[in-house]
Design a protein around this ligand. Structure first.
Ligand code: ADP
Length: 268
């Protein structure tokens, strides 16, 4: 083993003894870096072949009415699975970029109202009108962050709310003040989560119900992406849920990440 374990024994005054241990973790860090680079490279390399496959499959499924029924069915199954792989590869790539890169370079004031409305529309499209999705923009301040990343975190939370709550359920996307900071939250009144799962929920591929989650079309990386986006924005994720009583996912941003909106600054 290249890493070393260094042990010091320090004798403090009299018979009070303390043991200090230091471990050289350079090698561990190097291995972790290699894992991240590998995942990023593989995901990147898989993108092109998948795009080509998806392109051909789309052309052929468009001609399904001219094909034998079994062939047509096979083609649409292939198309659905290719799309699933594309989503997975995109999420893996996004997650490794979030891990590798320190971020902060493209941060700027975000137009929260527009962002919330855009995600509401996307979630509505996923829901197909089966849920009641609304936006509440109560925070007088705006967030300084990376638009793409914050949008992807909010989308993941909103899409989960759609996936894990039944027809007719209510979903609220909310931006509100909290203490001297602010909170971006997604609340649903769907199936909820048993508290035993909460500590592990943001781990990659951790799922409460594996079979069901795969059927809902998620990649298993959604909450891991949310966690990493928030880390880069000095924010914290809080999950509040009870089985059968819905779930609220709260992203808490500190005051240093907030600015007055232009309208507020002009009014003041
Ligand atoms: P997935 O692609 O499986 O949705 P995520 O990382 O986004 O992956 O979520 C992890 C798991 O957390 C999900 O499989 C689901 O069991 C649970 N979950 C996430 N959001 C909700 C929610 N709003 N209500 C109930 N369960 C949820």
């Amino acid at each position: 083993d290249e890493s070393q374990i260094l042990q010091f024994q320090i004798t403090l005054y009299g018979d009070d003894e303390r043991l200090v241990m230091a471990r050289d973790i350079t090698r561990l860090h190097r291995l972790e870096q290699m894992r991240r680079d590998f995942v990023a490279n593989v995901s990147h390399e898989l993108r092109t072949p998948l795009t080509v496959l998806a392109g051909y499959l789309e052309t052929y499924t468009d001609m399904a009415d001219q094909l034998p029924i079994r062939l047509g069915r096979g083609l649409s199954a292939m198309q659905a699975q290719t799309e699933r792989m594309q989503n997975l590869v995109d999420d893996l790539l996004l997650l490794s970029r979030l891990e590798i890169d320190r971020g902060g370079r493209h941060d700027g004031p975000l137009d929260m109202a527009t962002l919330l409305e855009a995600v509401r529309r996307d979630a509505d499209a996923l829901s197909g009108g089966r849920h009641v999705i609304s936006v509440e923009d109560e925070a007088p301040k705006t967030l300084i962050g990376n638009e793409k990343e914050v949008r992807s975190a909010l989308s993941n939370l909103a899409f989960n709310a759609v996936r894990y709550s039944g027809d007719g359920c209510h979903i609220v996307l909310r931006w509100r003040a909290q203490g001297d900071g602010a909170c971006l939250e997604v609340q649903d009144d769907g199936e909820g989560i048993d508290p035993v799962h909460l500590p592990r929920l943001t781990e990659r591929f951790y799922r409460v119900d594996k079979g069901r989650s795969t059927a809902t079309g998620g990649t298993g990386l959604g909450l891991a992406i949310v966690k990493h986006v928030l880390l880069r924005h000095d924010a914290r994720l809080e999950i509040d849920s009870r089985p059968g009583r819905g779930a609220t996912f709260r992203c808490r941003f500190p005051a240093e990440r907030l600015r007055d909106t232009i309208e507020n600054a002009q009014r003041a």
